[in-house]
Design a protein around this ligand. Structure first.
Ligand code: ZN
Ligand code: ZN
Ligand code: FE
Length: 736
């Protein structure tokens, strides 16, 4: 006889782990117990040495598909001679909360089959879930993950649901959000006309077919839907939402239909059908019959599959894709509360498909894409948050508040960093409130008290000001240093690492605006060994929305003259020129993002943008997915782009196709990476910053650096953009 205790850590709660352990123990005729604790799942088993050994192996090998085990600890215990049977203990509440909260999980095939089966008691039921799927992070109010600690606490299970919940052999054994049409949350449709109960979804489908805009209460907030083939409807949605040109995401009824509209490879299929069910960026097929204003001038589409029963039930009745975008005005955070949504979205939506299950916290749809180097995350929210980054080192208790754009926050403790869901740009009062909510919510959930706080250098960021107000030891981390540190955190590296941090904007240590940085990073510090030669931005921050100002700054710095269709009135142009000449209200920048802007403007592609990164995307798309030949440039302490600019203008003026110039431009930057890396004489090169959302720079740069003998470190699960800044701030601060 033998008795052991096994502690299993990771994402092991809310995934059917205890029932699985129960069944396994019974099968092997073991006695003992299993419990969810704040440290993870703890099980004690007793039986023959052989059965116990078998159990130890299979508890990991046969674990439920959505579980992610990060550690297994085994201790030998004294045999308890009187024990009979195996029990599931109710969760206990003690000690440090190290357990992993699971992200929301897309509807599993079994649940999907049930809601579409007329003979099933959950036929047509929009809140069906089981231990393998359903809401998690979006309904959890406290740890451990038990029903009273979720937004399901007010719904009392009916006898049938109770039976499933207590029956170890059932797929819903201890499924905390278990519900059915008798006892669970209910739908409501508000479109001004009374409808019979049970017809909400079919009526909503009719409205979509008629070209109306539907606000739907999803998993992590309200979404706005309309027929993706109906140009008038899409334009109406854009006008009402005040979203001019930024691409809109689509939801398709099924994978087959995605294939009709997009090119999809096996890995992309796997991502679309994964438990995270993110928006996947795919190459679109030409002339697929979609409304032109969904993603104007963009060869890609952001595409997802239904991921809740409500989405499945709605989409199964449609034979076309729908626009499915965050329920918000402009770039505000997604609305989650019914009344708030009515107030905010009332002027956008023609009807509301809502329900009475509260949402614990906002959660946007995540955005990913496949590259030659693996999956790249653009926005990490539903389906991924709050899965932690695991470290080999012990982290002090750190709260990192992130930057300004694409804000996320992070908390570090023990051997992990937990990154919040995407919050967004902290530009509006609503975004400020969302930030304040998350920065309270995440620490509270984990019973976490910070000892150190990390923020950006920029004194004007709301996040910085919040950090300053906490009265705790504060570490200010330079923006691009944080970009590189985020990659080092993911790879668990002390350095030295050469980080190429290329993005739009970040405050430097010398009060100029950085964004084309080559930083030698080791442990918690960095040395700026090279940067993009600076140029002035006439008018300052307004240049972010006006690429033509970058173009004028580049020309000024290079002492070149060139005409381009900037669209400035004469007096405006005079003002910009004056600012550049006198160096007043013309801050210097080393930003690669602004270099993209300037070149795009000079090539006549884009003078004024309506969303962040638009002109850089236009220039990338102009290159049509290929690199060319590098233009001349020089690298010492600075990256001298002036020879390149001269060559670009020469090519332009002698009529070389814009697509060729764009390809050469990208190649130049790829060669710059190699030249900088050679000069730095470091083996490991990390790529980070918003510019690496550009596929040519990311794939081309990584491939070319590898070819030149460098080890390339890329972001793994963190985005290359500012969504990773908080994690990088925490990593740097941990060396303090
Ligand atoms: Zn399920
Ligand atoms: Zn029920
Ligand atoms: Fe950045």
């Amino acid at each position: 006889m033998k008795r052991i205790r096994i502690t299993i850590q990771g994402a092991v709660q809310g995934v059917g782990f205890r029932p699985f352990v129960y069944r396994l123990a019974r099968e092997l005729a073991l006695t003992g117990s299993v419990a969810n604790t704040v440290e993870g799942v703890i099980t004690e088993v007793q039986g023959s040495g052989e059965a116990v050994a078998d159990f130890t192996k299979r508890v990991v090998a046969d674990a439920p598909p959505v579980a992610r085990i990060t550690s297994v600890t085994i201790e030998e215990l004294a045999v308890e001679p009187d024990e009979t049977g195996f029990v599931i203990r109710s969760s206990e509440d003690s000690r440090q909360k190290t357990v992993t909260v699971l992200p929301d999980l897309a509807t599993c095939p079994d649940c999907r089959a049930e809601i579409l089966d007329q003979r099933d008691r959950r036929y047509g039921y929009a809140f069906t879930n089981c231990t393998n799927c359903g809401p998690r992070f979006s309904i959890i109010n406290d740890i451990p993950y038990d029903r009273p600690n979720t937004e399901m606490r007010t719904f009392t299970m009916c006898p049938d649901c109770q039976r499933e919940y207590h029956q170890p052999a059932d797929r819903r054994f201890h499924a905390q959000p278990n519900a059915c049409p008798i006892c669970g949350p209910q739908l409501s449709l508000e479109d001004g006309s009374p409808i019979a109960g049970g017809k909400e979804i079919s009526r909503a489908a009719v409205l979509l077919r008629e070209g109306r805009i539907l606000a739907l209460k999803g998993l992590g907030g309200y979404q706005l839907l309309c027929d993706a083939r109906n140009e008038a409807a899409v334009i109406r949605l854009r006008e009402r939402k005040r979203r001019e040109e930024k691409p809109l995401a689509l939801m398709f009824p099924d994978l087959d239909m995605i294939h009709r509209f997009c090119l999809v490879n096996v890995e992309e299929e796997r991502l679309l059908q994964s438990f995270a069910a993110p928006i996947v960026l795919l190459s679109r097929r030409e002339d697929a019959g979609l409304a032109p204003s969904i993603a104007p001038g963009n060869p890609n589409l952001g595409v997802m599959l239904p991921y809740t029963p409500l989405h499945h039930l709605l989409m199964v009745g449609l034979d076309f894709p729908v626009v499915c975008t965050s329920g918000n005005l402009h770039d505000e955070p997604i609305a989650i509360i019914n009344e708030e949504a009515q107030a905010k979205l009332g002027s956008i939506a023609d009807a509301f498909l809502s329900h009475n299950r509260p949402i614990a916290r906002h959660m946007d749809d995540s955005v990913v894409r496949r590259t030659r180097q693996g999956t790249q995350y653009f926005r990490r929210a539903r389906g991924y948050a709050p899965l932690p980054l695991r470290h080999q080192r012990e982290m002090p208790n750190i709260l990192a508040v992130g930057a300004h754009y694409k804000n996320t926050i992070a908390i570090s403790f023990g051997n992990q960093t937990i990154l919040s869901q995407h919050i967004g740009d902290l530009s509006t009062p609503e975004a400020h409130r969302a930030f304040a909510r998350v920065v309270e919510d995440l620490p509270r959930l984990y019973d976490f008290n910070p000892e150190l706080v990390a923020c950006d250098l920029h004194p004007d960021f709301l996040s910085t000001q919040y950090a300053e107000g906490l009265g705790l030891p504060l570490v200010r981390v330079q923006h691009h240093h944080a970009h590189v540190a985020a990659v080092m955190a993911e790879h668990g590296l002390d350095g030295p690492v050469l980080g190429l941090a290329w993005d739009g904007t970040g405050l430097g240590t010398d009060d100029t605006v950085w964004g084309g940085e080559c930083l030698l990073c080791e442990r918690g510090s960095f040395e700026r060994i090279a940067w993009l030669d600076t140029f002035p931005l006439g008018g300052g921050d307004v240049a972010i929305q006006e690429p033509r100002r970058s173009a004028l700054g580049l020309l000024h710095r290079a002492d070149l003259e060139a005409d381009f269709p900037h669209g400035f009135a004469e007096h405006e142009l005079a003002l910009v020129r004056q600012a550049l000449e006198k160096g007043i209200n013309a801050p210097l920048t080393s930003s690669v993002g602004r270099l993209f802007d300037g070149v795009a403007a000079l090539l006549g592609l884009r003078q004024v943008t309506t969303f962040e990164g638009q002109s850089a995307m236009t220039l990338e798309f102009a290159a049509a997915g290929r690199l060319g030949e590098a233009y001349p440039f020089e690298v010492d302490n600075t990256i001298n782009w002036r020879p390149m600019l001269g060559a670009i203008l020469k090519d332009r003026d002698r009529g070389v196709a814009v697509s060729d110039i764009a390809a050469h431009f990208h190649s130049t930057l790829v060669e710059v990476m190699v030249a900088v890396a050679r000069r730095a004489d470091v083996k490991q090169v990390a790529l980070s910053g918003g510019c690496f959302q550009n596929r040519l720079l990311y794939e081309g740069g990584a491939a070319r650096l590898e070819e030149a003998g460098f080890t390339v470190l890329l972001p793994r699960e963190l985005p290359p953009n500012d969504g990773a800044i908080a994690a990088g701030q925490a990593w740097v601060t941990a060396y303090n």
